[in-house]
Design a protein around this ligand. Structure first.
Ligand SMILES: Cc1ncc(COP(=O)(O)O)c(C=O)c1O
Length: 349
């Protein structure tokens, strides 16, 4: 039954293998991020077979379900309400709050475990992390004194909230933090987790600083592109995931609504351009599965809009019938939502 997402396992394996080799050739380990496909077991199998260094996910529920002998990394800084599960189901977590790290330490002690953390620093993107201008040495010192916490290293996240692109200048801030911590506390930071798919350009042109020895990669593996500028990475597939949906109505109708217009089904004011009569098709998929702005239609199909359960497209010089299907490429948000929707069947090739 449609809608279906077609997952091309060999293409995903190719992308993983290619990027893993690239990172390893520069002395960088890879945390392969599984949240975008909700830690689908067949894709996790590929990460196992390709021998990625770590599997990372933002949701503890996903980490709990992942079967792997790779170290599991919790990407989203932990909630107080999930501390016990963080210790149970992850080996490493990204953190930025001393209070939480203290709770992790206590829980790890209870379970007779040692939990590793990567302390996150915000060097300008303004999402998680201790602001780099803060006085953080006292915090780091306290962490090093925690018996059941292993401070594995430090990390930063870029090009997520503030869209800050990794550059040599931006990375100087990270270098400053490393030097400050290592010299003030006389410790060695084993892991420097320098970012995500947006750092791949710097890996490729070898401008990434040598001290960065880990990256957390999600989007580049599923879409074959870096995320600083959104450019494709040569040799990688951008169609690991394809969405196929079924046509339930085709009619010639005007391009403009008739009557006085107010708000659409989502409370938004809508605008239309009068293009006369057009051929409109409705497909049985909607915002409950994927926002139509995340779909990349094939030639001859123009996405007009969507409501919760209906996707409306214009058909131009393309002959289709009721019951036919249309296959779309997806962007990152599209993959994320169709892989999360229970209404979208997952099929594997
Ligand atoms: C902390 C963190 N690091 C890395 C990633 C992966 O980012 P990308 O998909 O751009 O590689 C994410 C998002 O999934 C994240 O939240």
């Amino acid at each position: 039954m449609y809608p279906k997402v077609h997952i091309h396992l060999k293409k995903y394996a190719h992308n993983v293998s290619y990027l893993l080799r690239l990172l390893h050739s520069r002395g960088i380990s890879m945390m392969a991020v599984s949240k975008v496909f909700r830690a689908d077991p067949k894709l996790i199998d590929i990460l196992n077979k390709e021998n990625v260094d770590y599997i990372a996910d933002s949701r503890i529920q996903n980490l709990k379900n992942i079967i792997s002998d790779k170290p599991k990394v919790l990407l989203r800084i932990p909630k107080i309400s999930e501390i016990a599960d963080v210790i149970r189901y992850s080996d490493i977590s990204l953190n930025s709050e001393l209070e939480i790290i203290d709770l992790l330490n206590m829980e790890a002690k209870k379970r007779n475990k040692k939990h590793s953390i990567i302390l996150m620093f915000d060097i300008g993107d303004l999402r998680e992390g201790i602001y780099y201008k803060e006085d953080y040495i006292k915090i780091v010192k306290q962490i090093t004194l925690m018996e059941n916490i292993n401070l594995l290293g430090i990390g930063t996240n870029l090009t997520c909230y503030g869209a800050v692109i990794p550059t040599e200048e931006t990375y100087l801030k990270l270098e400053g933090i490393i030097k400050n911590i290592e010299s003030s506390l006389n410790i060695h930071l084993e892991m420097i987790s320098g970012g995500n798919s947006s750092s791949l350009l710097m890996v490729n042109d070898q401008s990434i600083p040598k001290y960065i020895n880990n990256l957390r990669i999600g989007e580049a593996l599923v879409l074959g592109r870096e995320t600083a500028y959104g450019d494709p990475i040569e040799g990688l597939y951008d169609d690991v995931f394809l969405l196929e949906a079924e046509i339930i109505e085709i009619k010639n109708k005007p391009s403009m609504p008739e009557g006085i217009t107010g708000m659409d089904a989502f409370g938004k004011k809508v605008r239309f351009e009068d293009q006369g009569m057009i051929t409109r098709a409705i497909l049985s998929i909607g915002k409950q599965d994927v926002d139509c702005s995340n779909l990349i239609p094939p030639k001859g199909v123009i996405v007009l809009g969507c409501s919760s359960d209906h996707l409306i497209v214009e058909l131009k010089n393309i002959s289709l019938e009721i019951g036919d299907t249309i296959t779309f490429k997806l962007n990152y948000g599209g993959i994320l939502s169709v892989m999360t929707s229970p209404y979208v069947e997952k099929t594997y090739a």
